[in-house]
Structures are given as structure tokens and as C-alpha cells.
Design a protein around this ligand. Structure first.
Ligand code: NDP
Length: 414
């Protein structure tokens, strides 16, 4: 058994912890570390209430940790004997957590690129800003570091790899389409940390078109897609980590990311932004008090995890891939549909956290089995897609495929 250290105790960490508990016969002891120990304990309580732990002698423990302190993280990894670190804390801690893994030899997994807190938002080339600069360091230390192992980035990268492996001789474009057709019943809320969520949409929108970066503004490029189950959905072109890695690693000339937003979200967001309430720069009130507008907005909005009990509806996320096979134009949609209510019943979370939290645990299982224990840094598309998608089929995120031969489950004979 490997023993796992989960860093962060937010929405995604809750799903990761539950899924590790479901597989603790392989993953062993489960340690959860976050700045706030009470948040780790709250997750542990829900696991004890919902999951039937297979490894009855195993440890399930929470720890207070500031993961920007590399020495403290190194000490915790050593003390707990964890061989796999699932970093699902905020993206500001990626580099220090990676340093701790390199120092101890533990495998590293994350679900988003590193960001610096004082920058508005990272600009391309995203993975090359921090992560890829450390490739040699990982390889020298023999450390497996799997980057972007959530849903998007993550599973959508595996869908792209599957398209390369099985469906195309040449790929012309990959459009990643992310639709949340669920309803949380609140006037306005974000599905994960508002600070991170808004940062994603306040900067320039970058896409990879005709083999170069193209920039647009947010909500400038709109497209309606007719997606399975959720139907016609309005989306806007958005920048996203995987646009960079897929364009580079799979050598595809057009990679775009489309996020679904309803008119109401766009209106509220636009008002907040235009009056300066999404700024991370401090302002002073008439009384001389310094406040950061974005932090105030975050404090006023619902806590994303509080949305889970009443969330209904489905998400549909997938890759529409176009290219050539045997000289003929070919088009394939590889996708997953997840249900908010099912996620809540299984692990006490909403569907967005579920789709992000199940894949890193599948990746951890593949590190444990050796199939993905590559002893170097890798993005998901660098690794064989089938073992990952096969596991996800069994873990609650089944893959479907729609092409000229119909719309069907994708099954893998192992
Ligand atoms: P939350 O904001 O809910 O949780 C973040 C957690 O990180 C909190 O528990 C916070 O701890 C912890 N944290 C922050 N700073 C530190 C620190 N210095 N040391 C230790 N812990 C720290 O985020 P989510 O769960 O929604 O998202 C987690 C990650 O997953 C993010 O990086 C996000 O971008 C990514 N994500 C990826 C997706 C994908 O599909 N690839 C989709 C959704 C999210 P505390 O509160 O105790 O301070």
C-alpha cells in the first residue's frame, strides 16, 4: 500500500478523500492536510458516515499545514510515510508542494497550473511558466509528477490522446466544451472558489489557432453547441491550461476551450467587473479602511460547497475532435455526463467537484499499479489514455463517444 497525502480540504479534496477511502485497499492510509484543521476533520466525518473503509486498520487523519512551507510539508510526508501526494489545494501552492515531493521522492499530482497570488492571471505558455521548468529536476530525482489530472485539464486531455491513438491519422482541431446544465437555486454563485473562478475570466482569453496564440476578450467569442443530454448550450471561448499542453504535446494546430455561461451569469459578472468589484487591488473606504473588492465579493457569495445538497441537473464535458482518418474527414465527440444529485448522494459534493476530484484518484491508482509511475513529469496526454478511462468508467465518470457510427458507451477490454 502506498499511503496518500491529500493537500487542501475544499470541494475537490472532499471528493478525492472519499474516492481514496473507497480504494484504500490499494491506497492505504489517508492523510488530509490544509491550513484549517477543522476542514480536514469535517471531510473525515463525512467519510466515516458514508464510506465503508476496506482497509480497516488504516489511518484516516487530518493535519494543519501551510503547504507554502516546504520543510513542514517534507516533514509531514516523512512522518506519515505517504508515497503519493494529491495536491488539490489552491493553485498558489503547486510549486512548494512539488518541491516537497522532489525532496522526499513522493509522487506528485495536481489539477491546475501554478499561479502566483499577486499576479492577476497567468498568461501562456502556461505549463512552461513554472511546471515544465522543473522537468529535469523531477527526472533526476526519479519523481513521478502528473500535471493537470482533474477533468479539464485532465480527462479532456485523455480524450484527446484517445482520439490520436484510435480515431485519427491527423487532427485539425480540438474543441473542449464544458457545460454545466445544473441548477443550484441561488441568485448567483460560483461552483468553486470565487477568487479562482473570477481570475480565470477577468484576463485576456487565449486560444491556439492556426498554430499560434490568439487573444480575445472574455465573452467576445460566443458559440452555441448542441451537446448530448444537456442540449443546445451557449458557450464562450475561455483560456484554459490544457490548450497549451495539448497544442504542444499533440502538435494540433487548433485547440480551443468553450465554457458554458447563461445570460444571467454573464450579466452579473459584467456588472461586478465594470464597477470594479472583481479587482484584487485594495481600495480605501471613506472611513480609511482598506478592503480588497474581490475578497468582499467572495465573502458575500455562497460558499461553493454549500450548493451541493440542492444542486440538480447534469454536466456534459467533452472534446469535439476533427481531422482525417484514412484520407476522409472525420469528426468525433468524446464526452462524459455527470449528475449533481448522484454526486451528492455518493460523496456529499456537487457535480463540478465530483468531475474534478475522481480523476486524480484514478491517476493515483495507476501510479500505485505502476502503469503511470513514470518517474518523471508528465501531462495526461503523455500517458496511455485507455487505462485511465477504463478506471474512470468504473469509478463514476464513464466515457461516451458520438461519431458517424452513433452515440455509445466507450468500453475497454483490458
Ligand atoms: P477550494 O478553494 O474549495 O479549496 C482550496 C483548499 O486549499 C482549501 O481547503 C484551502 O485551505 C487550501 N489551501 C490554500 N492555501 C493553502 C496552503 N498554503 N496550505 C495548505 N492548504 C491550503 O478549491 P477547490 O477544491 O474548488 O479546488 C481545488 C483545486 O482544484 C484548485 O487548484 C482548482 O483550480 C482545481 N480545480 C480543477 C478542476 C479540473 O477539472 N482540473 C476543476 C475544479 C477545480 P484552508 O481553507 O484551510 O485555508
Amino acid at each position: 500500500k502506498k499511503n496518500v497525502l491529500i493537500i487542501g480540504a475544499g470541494g475537490v479534496a472532499q471528493v478525492v478523500a472519499h474516492k481514496c477511502a473507497q480504494h484504500n485497499d490499494v491506497l492505504g492510509d489517508i492523510h488530509i492536510a490544509s491550513r484549517t484543521a477543522a476542514k480536514c476533520q469535517a471531510i473525515i466525518d463525512t467519510i466515516r458516515a458514508k464510506q465503508n473503509l476496506k482497509n480497516v486498520d488504516g489511518v484516516l487523519a487530518g493535519h494543519a499545514l501551510d503547504a507554502t512551507n516546504v520543510d513542514a510539508t517534507v516533514a509531514l510526508i516523512k512522518e506519515t510515510g505517504c508515497e503519493i501526494v494529491l495536491n488539490v489545494g489552491s493553485p498558489f501552492i503547486n510549486m512548494p508542494v512539488m518541491s516537497a515531493c522532489i525532496a522526499t521522492g513522493a509522487a506528485y499530482l495536481d489539477t491546475a497550473i501554478h499561479e502566483e497570488q499577486d499576479k492577476i492571471c497567468e498568461t501562456p505558455p502556461w505549463y512552461a511558466n513554472y511546471e515544465w521548468k522543473r522537468r529535469e529536476e523531477c527526472e533526476k530525482a526519479g519523481v513521478t509528477a502528473i500535471l493537470g489530472a482533474g477533468f479539464d485539464p485532465g480527462v479532456v486531455n485523455a480524450y484527446a490522446k484517445l482520439a490520436v491513438e484510435d480515431y485519427f491519422d491527423e487532427i485539425e482541431s480540438i474543441d473542449i466544451i464544458d457545460i454545466n446544465a445544473g441548477s443550484h437555486g441561488k441568485y448567483f454563485a460560483t461552483n468553486f472558489d470565487p477568487e479562482i473562478n473570477f481570475r480565470e475570466f477577468t484576463g485576456t482569453v487565449y486560444s491556439w489557432q492556426n498554430s499560434k496564440w490568439q487573444s480575445n476578450t472574455m465573452f467576445e467569442v460566443k458559440k452555441v453547441w448542441d451537446m448530448p443530454v444537456v442540449g443546445e448550450s451557449q458557450t464562450f471561448m475561455t483560456g484554459h491550461d490544457e490548450v497549451h499542453s495539448l497544442s504542444q504535446n499533440l502538435n494540433v494546430p487548433n485547440v480551443r476551450f468553450w465554457m458554458g455561461f447563461g445570460d444571467h451569469y454573464v450579466n452579473v459578472f459584467t456588472v461586478l467587473k465594470n464597477i470594479g468589484l472583481l479587482s484584487e487591488q485594495p481600495v480605501f473606504t471613506a472611513e480609511g479602511q482598506e478592503v480588497i473588492p474581490l475578497k468582499v465579493v467572495k465573502a458575500c457569495l455562497p460558499d461553493p460547497s454549500s450548493l451541493a445538497p440542492d444542486y440538480t441537473g447534469k454536466t456534459c464535458i467533452g472534446d469535439l475532435v476533427k481531422g482525417k482518418k484514412d484520407g476522409k474527414d472525420t469528426e468525433v465527440l468524446i464526452y462524459n455526463v455527470a449528475d449533481h444529485k448522484d454526486a451528492f448522494e455518493e460523496v456529499g459534493s456537487q457535480g463540478i467537484s465530483y468531475t474534478a476530484g475522481v480523476p486524480p484518484v484514478a491517476a493515483a491508482l495507476l501510479i500505485a499499479s505502476g502503469e503511470w509511475d513514470v518517474k518523471k513529469m508528465a501531462n495526461i496526454e503523455d500517458l496511455p489514455a485507455k487505462p485511465f478511462l477504463h478506471l474512470l468508467n468504473q469509478m463514476g465518470l464513464p466515457t461516451r463517444i458520438k461519431d458517424a457510427n452513433g452515440d455509445r458507451d466507450l468500453n475497454f477490454a483490458n
